[in-house]
Design a protein around this ligand. Structure first.
Ligand SMILES: CC(=O)SCCNC(=O)CCNC(=O)[C@H](O)C(C)(C)COP(=O)(O)OP(=O)(O)OC[C@H]1O[C@@H](n2cnc3c(N)ncnc32)[C@H](O)[C@@H]1OP(=O)(O)O
Ligand SMILES: O=CC(=O)O
Ligand SMILES: [Mg+2]
Length: 362
């Protein structure tokens, strides 16, 4: 495979296109809230949601009926033009690159609302070639429309080939903002035997050994503990490593069991703990869950600040509450402290909560 030279990687791909970014800004994106711009009831709620959610995403792909694709595209243009998004990011999910709608999605959205669109989410990305296609066409459209800052690209990891190529996808363009794990399409593509949109499965488990009777025989029929396992652990970990390697952000995608807010929270928290910065929200009830779960807890920040204060110049080892802390655990604490600062900058309630934590003297 041929690679661009380092000096060419950050050159605009069209004359007059904006200069690519060297670093993707860490903008809070705990919940990426999906709405169907062709659904009038849903669309009417969007202006009032500004400021309550980090990202509003006008979805044009799956979940929008084929007959409504044009209405969704036009609806998104209207909403974007009529709404002041303030601190809330505006994203869209375009149709798949092999669909009959995607070219019109791009050629309509960029000239009409390109200055307001922060990120374009591309579904069913298979490899670097898909990102290269979007990269070049965006550069041409940006140049033609006089867009002054590059629109970023987010890929959904939802095919087996995409997972196999996750490294090259992350590194395909300086536009790459992040990746989301799409469990529904990924399950179908891999021929997994779950019909759920994210979450676990009662059949995917590990069972406690059978106890033995007095003669040493196994009691296979005995009641034995069963532990449901995580179907998504391997893919999520692989995605997080690829994203961290390339300086882009990993996200959990959808959780389809809207009524099971407890399991949704578990799914989101697993993603947070493994390194993801956010997840999709499909229904308003999922926004609060994501905002809470993807914000460091008061306990974590209190502990992290104690370690930062105790570590002074950041070298050496100290004991806090019977535990060893050193340069490496300080870095873990700084991940949380820095995230808290980024979130506090846009979330006044969270800022007040973090400000109220007693910070130890250095
Ligand atoms: C695998 C994937 O690709 S996942 C990504 C694609 N899927 C999506 O984007 C799905 C987006 N969400 C939805 O379509 C809907 O939330 C559904 C179909 C899941 C549920 O919709 P409903 O049955 O109408 O939910 P419910 O009755 O609880 O809605 C309550 C209210 O919230 C509104 N609402 C529901 N979802 C949303 C949303 N995503 N954004 C804004 N408002 C919403 C409804 O319009 C309704 O308004 P009303 O009180 O004025 O009547
Ligand atoms: O698009 C998301 C998915 O899970 O499929
Ligand atoms: Mg999908």
């Amino acid at each position: 495979m041929s690679h661009k030279s380092a000096k060419d990687f950050f050159r605009p791909l069209a004359v007059g296109a904006p200069q690519p970014l060297r670093e993707i800004p860490a903008r809070p994106s705990r919940a990426i809230h999906f709405f169907d711009p062709s659904n009038e009831k849903m669309a009417a709620k969007i202006p009032a949601m500004v400021g309550t959610v980090d990202v509003l995403l006008g979805n044009l792909e799956d979940a929008v009926k084929a007959d409504n694709k044009v209405a969704a595209r036009e609806g998104l243009v209207r909403i974007a033009q009529d709404t002041d998004f303030g601190p809330t990011q505006l994203w869209t999910r375009i149709n798949a690159l092999d669909s009959p709608w995607v070219l019109d999605d791009l050629t309509t959205l960029v000239p009409a609302i390109g200055e307001k669109l922060d990120v374009i989410m591309v579904p069913k990305v298979q490899g670097a070639e898909d990102i290269h296609y979007v990269d070049r066409i965006l550069a041409q459209l940006e140049a033609k429309a006089g867009i002054t800052r590059p629109i970023l690209v987010h890929a959904i990891l939802e095919t087996a080939r995409g997972v196999a190529n996750v490294e090259e996808i992350c590194g395909a363009s300086p536009r790459m903002q992040g990746l989301s794990l799409g469990p529904a399409d990924l399950a179908a593509d891999r021929k997994m035997k779950t019909t759920r949109v994210g979450g676990g499965h009662p059949g995917y488990l590990v069972r406690e050994d059978a106890p033995r009777d007095a003669d040493g025989g196994y009691l296979y029929d005995a009641d034995r503990f069963r532990f449901q396992q995580d179907l998504w652990h391997y893919t999520m970990a692989k995605m997080v490593d690829a994203c961290a390697t390339h300086g882009v952000y990993p996200y959990w995608g959808p959780f389809g069991d809207i009524k099971d807010t407890v399991a949704c929270e578990d799914q989101f928290r697993n993603a947070f703990l493994l390194g993801c910065v956010g997840a999709w929200s499909l229904h308003p009830v999922q926004i609060e869950i994501a905002n809470r779960v993807f914000s460091p807890s008061v306990e974590d920040i209190a502990h992290a600040r104690r370690v930062v204060a105790a570590m002074g110049d950041g070298t050496g080892a100290v004991m806090i509450d019977g535990k060893m802390e050193d340069d490496a655990s300080l870095k873990q604490c700084l991940v949380l402290v820095e995230l808290a600062e980024e979130l506090a900058a846009i979330d006044p309630v969270l800022k007040a909560t973090y400000d109220a934590i007693e910070t130890p003297e250095a």
